[in-house]
Structures are given as structure tokens and as C-alpha cells.
Design a protein around this ligand. Structure first.
Ligand SMILES: Nc1ncnc2c1ncn2[C@@H]1O[C@H](COP(=O)(O)OP(=O)(O)OP(=O)(O)O)[C@@H](O)[C@H]1O
Ligand SMILES: [Mg+2]
Length: 258
């Protein structure tokens, strides 16, 4: 059976979407069958990054119970032309859809959780996906908590920004522990020196001390990633880029997890 990975964070802009997409691309390169779901209903971005302007059915409808997941998934395997298979399910970026989902009550969210949990059987089971990756909203939104509940592994993207460090620490101590989730940290956008193995180990000790949680990877702040303005999937288009290599190491670690 495959694995469900939720990519979450305390603060916004920590690199969840970048990580989700590039991790998906890394697994596809390895011949895996991957499904990436945009569960960031407050600020959907995968449709923009992948330049998919129109689709008949969104994940919003799936969670609403108005269509099955088959209708929502878009097959992008051809575009990525790798060994694996790649499907995405998108959140509707229309203002009306964002307002609509923001107004949902607790009862709706509970039903949505049921439908999210059902994906384990339908996608990992029946459809044979190796990885299901959830890109989430930052913080403690219902949709993010649902994603965490539904995941086998939670990757927490964090920076060394003070409020991010504090918030992440609280979430690690309260939220993820509460659901007994396997949680790993990715330190992103760092300016710490990670050029040598010794330096990397130093950073690792520091971060693990701060958060008391395992560190899955450290990603420097790359000017060219910023400059690309979300137009490039680095792992796909820049195989020699250091970001691609870091994602490769992260994927190795995930693949070796029980
Ligand atoms: N390591 C990095 N180096 C440079 N820029 C980065 C890095 N990681 C992410 N970025 C940039 O930071 C911005 C935010 O990244 P991204 O959208 O992936 O974050 P996010 O956590 O998904 O944000 P949100 O919470 O709004 O969904 C993007 O412009 C992205 O290209
Ligand atoms: Mg995002």
C-alpha cells in the first residue's frame, strides 16, 4: 500500500507548495505513481503554477459530495514525461469558491474529513497510487487538520523566522502529538551555511534541539528559486540544481521509512 504525505506549516509562505510539487516530481522520476492534491482552499496555487486554467470538477466538489474523485483528477503524466505517472486534484481558485468553502460549518468539515479519509481506499487501494501528497493551508484551518489526520507522514515546512519557530514548536508539541502522527521537519529558506557535511550536521543538531523532532532536510534560500516566480518545477526542469539534489535525499529518506 502507498503512503499519504501532508505538507503543512505554521506560517504561510514557508515553501509547502514548492516542496509538495517538487517532491511529487522526484517520485515521478523514480517511476512512481503520484497524486498531488491542493487542499489549500483559502489560497489555491497549484492550478496557477501548473497553468491549468480550466477544469470541470474541482476538489471542492469532491469534498462537497457532488462528484467522485475520478472526475477531479487530471492526468499530467505526458507533460512530465518521466517513468512514473502524475495526477493532480485542484482547489478552485475562483473568489466565490474560496468564500464558499470558508463559510462551511463544523458538520460539513466532518463530512469532508470522511471523504478525505476515503481516498486511502480509492486512490492508494483501488487505483494503486504509490504516493498521495496533500498541499495544505498554513495554521490550524479545518482543512489542514483534516489533511493531517488523513496522512501517514506530516512534513512541516519551517523557517528560522522567530514567530515561525515558536508556532511550529507549539504545533509539534500539541497538534501532531495529539494525532500521534509521524512528523518530520524541513527547514527551508535558510541562510545558514550548509556547504559541508560538518556544517550540515551542526545545523541538524541545532534544529532538532529547537524542535525536538527529526529533520528531513535543509533547503537554503535560493535566489533563482525566488526569481523563477513559481514558473519552474525545478526537479523537472533543472536536474542539476542543488534543490533537485536535496529533494532526492528527502525522497530517499521517505522511501526508506517503514
Ligand atoms: N528555498 C527557497 N528559496 C527561495 N525561494 C523559495 C524557497 N522556498 C520557497 N520559495 C519561494 O517562496 C514563496 C513561497 O513559497 P510557497 O508558495 O511554496 O510557500 P507556501 O508555504 O506554499 O505558501 P502558502 O502558505 O501561501 O501556501 C514562493 O515564491 C517560492 O518560490
Ligand atoms: Mg502554498
Amino acid at each position: 500500500m502507498g503512503k499519504i504525505i501532508a505538507v503543512h506549516s505554521y506560517k504561510g509562505g514557508t515553501g509547502k507548495t514548492l516542496l509538495s510539487l517538487n517532491l511529487a516530481a522526484t517520485f515521478i522520476k523514480r517511476g512512481k505513481k503520484v497524486c498531488l492534491l491542493d487542499l489549500d482552499f483559502r489560497a489555491p496555487s497549484i492550478s496557477t503554477i501548473l497553468k491549468i486554467e480550466k477544469t470541470e470538477w474541482w476538489l471542492n466538489e469532491y469534498l462537497n459530495g457532488t462528484c467522485g474523485i475520478e472526475k477531479v483528477l487530471i492526468n499530467l503524466s505526458e507533460r512530465f514525461q518521466n517513468k512514473g505517472e502524475f495526477f493532480v486534484g485542484l482547489a478552485n481558485p475562483a473568489t466565490e469558491a474560496i468564500r464558499d468553502i470558508s463559510a462551511k460549518d463544523r458538520k460539513w468539515e466532518m463530512r469532508a474529513l470522511g471523504r478525505l479519509l476515503a481516498l486511502r481506499n480509492s486512490l492508494l487501494g483501488d487505483r494503486g497510487f504509490d504516493y498521495l501528497i496533500f498541499d495544505t493551508s498554513p495554521g490550524l484551518q479545518y482543512s489542514s487538520i483534516n489533511a493531517i489526520v488523513g496522512a501517514d507522514l506530516v512534513i512541516v515546512a519551517t523557517t528560522l523566522d522567530r514567530s515561525d519557530v515558536d508556532g511550529t514548536r507549539r504545533m509539534l508539541g500539541e497538534l501532531y502529538d495529539l494525532f500521534e502522527k509521524k512528523t518530520e521537519i524541513v527547514l527551508n529558506k535558510t541562510f545558514l551555511d550548509v556547504s559541508s557535511k560538518a556544517k550540515r550536521e551542526e545545523v541538524q543538531t541545532k534544529i532538532q534541539e529547537i524542535h525536538n523532532a527529526p529533520l528531513l532536510g535543509v533547503i537554503p534560500c535560493f535566489c533563482d528559486v525566488l526569481r523563477a516566480e513559481g514558473n519552474i518545477v525545478f526537479v523537472h526542469e533543472k536536474p542539476e540544481h542543488p534543490l533537485t539534489k536535496i529533494l532526492d535525499e528527502i525522497a530517499n529518506k521517505i522511501e526508506s521509512m517503514p
